[in-house]
Design a protein around this ligand. Structure first.
Ligand SMILES: [Zn+2]
Length: 411
């Protein structure tokens, strides 16, 4: 191949190949490139000012996409300019987005690979260190984030993810209309959410928020009331049912200790079955639960109560919803199931926010889907100590919808 052919396949606008070297044993291709004649516009990388004169030149070696089985590197001749504002500075080259030794399209390919595989796997495939791949991925995501428009926030979701270590919780703010996580905060205090409203949004942006879908977590409610008083608070179905699920579990544990022997074995390990909605159980699982219920009436009753509470969100009229809730609370009275009884005052204390579901339609599954994605990312890769990286990754995931898991739990 002649140098002009190499120039054609390399595809680097304004540059030409003037030397090449193929090493068959090592399976490498090395190309030397420099500016084409007439391509003399130099741009200061510090301020963007244009120059016609170069101060000096130097060479930089960067990795490009492989050529068949051959690992390809490009040695490019670059210039420095003497800028009145920045001093002696290297020129700006669009194909070289950072100081790292990679061409832009190589970084794009790595970033794309990281969307469907773990960092460690991509690193192994390309013969790079995991930390290098992570850094490339982060730059790729940042470039993507810079170049796009942010939709307005009208319906927001606030939720927390339990991390276990320090910080113990991650507060997640989501744009419910787009299903995209907007912001992560440490812990789940009032100050956490305050920080979002104060630093991330202008007064105008805050005034545009119509509704917020949240857990019955007092600090979040206080923050919302302070910063977005016009915003309607809607208590999330999923979270309310989580509380109901915990109550069922309390009943199960109490029965576990009350009964001995064979019955105890039957109750043991049924926690997840009891937390799952009947509709989502297969025939075998249903049979197991039925065996449990035949033996233990109290667990059966608690489970039925949880299931019937989830019907509350089938109503679209406030009056009907309120009537159903009142009926549900009334039937608690005869069951003598203390953990379930504790739910009643909690539901009544948050009645407005529960009924707001009828007044403002918010898409309910979104928060759970976003959380599921974040948890999947956390499980898949280490190195998310950098919260910005995790956020960008989750945003990209939501935007590309490649793995948008809509959890149907408690539907
Ligand atoms: Zn400059």
């Amino acid at each position: 191949m002649r140098e002009t052919d190499w120039t054609r396949v390399l595809g680097w606008p304004g540059y030409r190949v003037y030397q090449h070297e193929i090493n068959e044993a090592a399976k490498t291709v090395k190309l030397w490139v420099r500016r084409k004649r007439g391509n003399r516009k130099l741009v200061c990388s510090g301020c963007g000012r244009k120059f016609a004169e170069a101060y000096d030149s130097y060479e930089r070696e960067v990795r490009d996409l492989p050529c068949f089985e051959f690992r390809t590197t490009v040695v490019v001749e670059l210039y420095r300019v003497r800028c009145p504002d920045c001093g002696v500075k290297s020129e700006k080259v669009p194909q070289l987005p950072s100081k790292a030794p990679f061409r832009q399209r190589f970084e794009e390919a790595v970033g794309l690979a990281c969307e469907s595989a773990s960092v460690r796997r991509v690193a192994r495939q390309l013969g790079l260190a995991a930390s290098t791949v992570r850094a490339i991925d982060l730059r790729y995501l940042r470039r993507w984030a810079e170049g796009r428009r942010r939709p307005a926030l009208r319906l927001m979701g606030v939720d927390e993810i339990y991390l276990g270590k320090k910080p113990k919780f991650l507060t997640v703010v989501t744009n419910l209309a787009t299903g995209e996580p907007l912001w992560f905060g440490r812990e789940r205090k009032k100050e956490t959410l305050d920080e979002f409203f104060e630093k991330q949004l202008s007064a105008f942006q805050r005034s545009a928020i119509r509704a917020a879908c949240v857990d019955m977590w007092e600090p979040f409610r206080q923050s919302l009331e302070q910063w977005v008083p016009q915003c309607r608070i809607v208590y999330d179905k999923f979270h309310i049912l989580q509380h109901a699920g915990k109550a069922v579990d309390e009943v199960r544990r109490a029965e576990f200790f009350r009964k001995g022997g064979a019955a105890r074995d039957l109750v043991r390990g049924k926690r997840w079955l009891l937390l799952t909605s009947w509709l989502h159980l297969d025939r075998g699982k249903r049979r197991q639960l039925n065996a449990l219920f035949a033996l233990n009436q109290r667990i059966f009753k608690a489970y039925l109560l949880k299931e019937s509470l989830s019907q509350l969100w089938n109503y679209t009229y406030e009056g009907a919803m309120l009537r159903y809730l009142q009926g549900w609370i009334d039937q608690l009275r005869w069951q003598r199931l203390q953990p379930m009884e504790k739910l009643a005052p909690m539901l009544l204390d948050h009645l407005e926010g529960i009924l707001n579901y009828c007044r403002t339609k918010v898409p309910m599954g979104v928060i759970e889907a976003v959380n599921g994605n974040i948890k999947a990312l956390l499980r898949r890769g280490r190195g998310y100590r950098d919260m910005n990286y995790l956020l960008l990754k989750a945003q990209r995931l939501a935007a590309s919808k490649t793995q948008f898991i809509v959890l149907q739990k408690a539907a």
